[in-house]
Design a protein around this ligand. Structure first.
Ligand SMILES: [Zn+2]
Length: 345
């Protein structure tokens, strides 16, 4: 059995080797970046039209001219060629640097030019060229549902983490103004179990909380951190481990000079969510937020979070004319019960 690399050759070698191929010689071309069933099926069909099949792959420079995206092709020309060489339907693999293979076709003079896809072959320069020595050209439609571009899109969409962004005060714990001691911290009934359910359903838990009490000098960063550590430990103990907690310590009217600033993290600004997305690799479209204030919903919208839900809490500002949530629930437990109960409810 011949070696795989024997089927791959330079353009100059291909022009020489075509004479030794079994006729009729079928010629086709493409990028073949991530080989899928549609490609394999199409190459198989093309090979059946003649005695041998030559595949010309776009060089990397040529592939970039097709404008499929700045990071395409994903695989180098040599690698794409080696994969094609492994197919029984393929007799010879070579390369072309131009936008089209017209010059290569003129040099190789195949008997049949085949193009994959729904092309009007009559309009193609390749058809005119191959007919000039008595050859012909045909299009073979791709099998529906296969495309490297859609495959790459699907892989990327699924690559980010799904996150449940949770406001803290009023969603996780009862909102007693400026809670800063663990002794004063009380979980909203059902919230811990709901967070555990979210984790079990594949969501990472990320807390995004405005803590203007820091800017107002009502508690220190050390006190805030001690409370956060205690909360995270209790949640982890209950199977509801939090991936990260982001807090905004700022308020423009604060007393602590360093923190009395306009910032991009205090909700309704999206800064905390965007930072989490960057640091944790979050797929925002697949994520959602639960908050108890319109500013939470606005932050989620501004960040591009897929869905945003509002829950009631005694201390929440009245909503008025604000950005609408996707749905309103009694509390986090109610929200999660609806989200995870399946499509029938
Ligand atoms: Zn801030």
């Amino acid at each position: 059995m011949s070696e795989l690399q024997d089927k791959v050759c330079s353009r100059e070698q291909a022009v020489e080797r075509v004479a030794a191929l079994k006729r009729p010689v079928v010629f086709t071309n493409g990028v073949f970046d991530v080989l899928h069933r549609g490609h394999v099926n199409y190459l198989h069909e093309a090979s059946k039209l003649g005695g041998s099949l030559v595949v010309a792959v776009n060089s990397d420079a040529s592939a970039r001219m097709l404008g499929k995206g700045p990071d395409r092709p994903l695989n180098k020309a040599e690698d794409r060629a080696a994969v094609l060489a492994g197919l029984a339907s393929v007799s010879l693999v070579t390369f072309f640097d131009e936008r089209t293979p017209v010059a290569l076709i003129e040099a190789m003079r195949p008997d049949l030019y085949v193009k994959g896809g729904d092309y009007d072959m009559e309009t193609l320069e390749e058809t005119r060229v191959v007919r000039s020595w008595g050859g012909d050209a045909v299009a073979i439609p791709f099998v529906d549902g296969y495309s490297t571009t859609s495959l790459v899109k699907r892989i990327r969409a699924g690559s980010g983490r799904k996150v449940a962004f949770l406001d803290r005060d009023g969603v996780i714990n009862l909102d007693r103004a400026y809670v800063h001691k663990w002794e004063e911290f009380e979980f909203v009934p059902g919230a811990v179990a709901a967070m555990r359910r979210l984790r079990e359903a594949g969501y990472e838990l990320v807390v995004v909380t405005n803590q203007s009490g820091l800017a107002r000098g009502m508690y220190s960063e050390a006190e805030y951190q001690a409370l956060t550590d205690a909360m995270c430990a209790a949640l982890a103990q209950a199977g509801a481990a939090v991936t990260a907690v982001y807090h905004c310590p700022h308020h423009p009217k604060g007393k602590v000079a360093d923190l009395a600033v306009e910032c991009d993290c205090r909700k309704p600004a999206p800064g905390m969510i965007l930072r989490a997305a960057k640091e944790l690799g979050v797929s925002l479209a697949d994520s959602f937020l639960v908050g108890d204030k319109p500013s939470d919903i606005e932050a989620a919208r501004a960040a591009g979070v897929g869905r945003a839900y509002i829950v009631q809490s005694d201390n929440a500002e009245s909503s008025g004319e604000h950005v609408q949530a996707d749905a309103a629930f009694k509390d986090l437990a109610d929200c999660v019960a609806h989200l995870l109960s399946g499509p029938s409810t």
